[in-house]
Design a binder for this molecule. Sequence first.
Ligand SMILES: *Cc1c(COP(=O)(O)O)cnc(C)c1O
Length: 387
Amino acid sequence: MNDETLVTQIGRQRSDQRHFVNTAIHRGSTVVYPTYAQFCEAGNLGRHQLSYGAEGTPTSFAVEQAIAELEGAAAGFIVPTGLAAVTTGLMAVLKAGDHLLIADSIYGPTRRFACSTLTRFGVEVEFFPPCLGADIKSLFRPNTRAVMTESPGSLTFEIQDIPAIADVAHKHGAVVLMDNTWATPIFFKPFDHGVDISIQAATKYLSGHSDLLAGTVATTAALQDQVYHQLHDLGMTSAPEDCYLVLRGMRTLSIRLERHQQTALTLAEWLAGRPEVEKVLHPARPDFPTHDLWKRDFTGASGLFGCILKPVSKAQLAAFVDGMQLFSMGFSWGGYESLLIPCNPRSTRSSTTWEEPGQLLRISAGLEHPDDLIADLKAGFERMARV
Ligand SMILES: *Cc1c(COP(=O)(O)O)cnc(C)c1O
């Protein structure tokens, strides 16, 4: 089945939903057992067997089944935030004394979790340059247990050579985790490229409407029990309404991504032609340094990209971003509405440095008409010129 069809089919058990199209929202903590024999069996029930609300509901089972199918994974899990997906995935595979390699372009809060919590529990954390590829081999130690990747990198969009990294990691008996929030499984299939644990902030494209926080973890068969027990130990249970909203977002994921992709490419092309712009950071543009890896491994690009302005004063930057009609300034991305934030990758680097003198902007192309978005940006540049 093609992904466009798949997203309409998964996570719907027709027999469970009284002939309605969609899976029902089941609220509940207590599950009652009709007999003493069934009560005694409760502790022996496996995954996706109703026993207590914290172990899941028919709604969470449906979304977890859908995540597994969308990812092409042995198992899928839903958690309350994208960050929880990252932290649980890492905790599931690490213990005191282990060495963890993390891409230097990783999402900021992932870096913070590794440097604070994981080091406190005795894990050695080391950041690697995101463009290292197979040369990551030289950083492996006998106790290297995991490599945490994110491709493209947060804010700076470097594409990592995931198959090369996975090849080295597996030779050393280490697992590869990937934060695949940018591409989603529609545009990058982690398990076809050697990833063992795939993570998404469902808050972004899976939800698609800026009204939900959620995360997903998908794993190979070899790691599914480890991840399941870690989630369970940490008490990571998602509310049924949130599970429902992830399922609902999934239905339109492929069609939304198609539009986000087109609009982002249109905006990137327009920005690249502007005199105020130093360069555009978009993996699908041939002038982007790791474009070849994107072309080899990805089947599309989503709506998030970067743009470096030629050096501007604070007042000029403020004139540009203040007064936008369509672009809002705010964290998160992947919703139907366009966002634009100034950002500074300098402060979240350790094994590499960010040398660009110009101001970096991160743009999340929403679902508006690209002509209207371009008019908004054009007016911003005109305001900037008047300062
Ligand atoms: C937003 C984001 C997360 C965290 O998701 P939350 O739901 O906000 O916790 C993780 N990784 C990436 C790449 C993100 O952009």
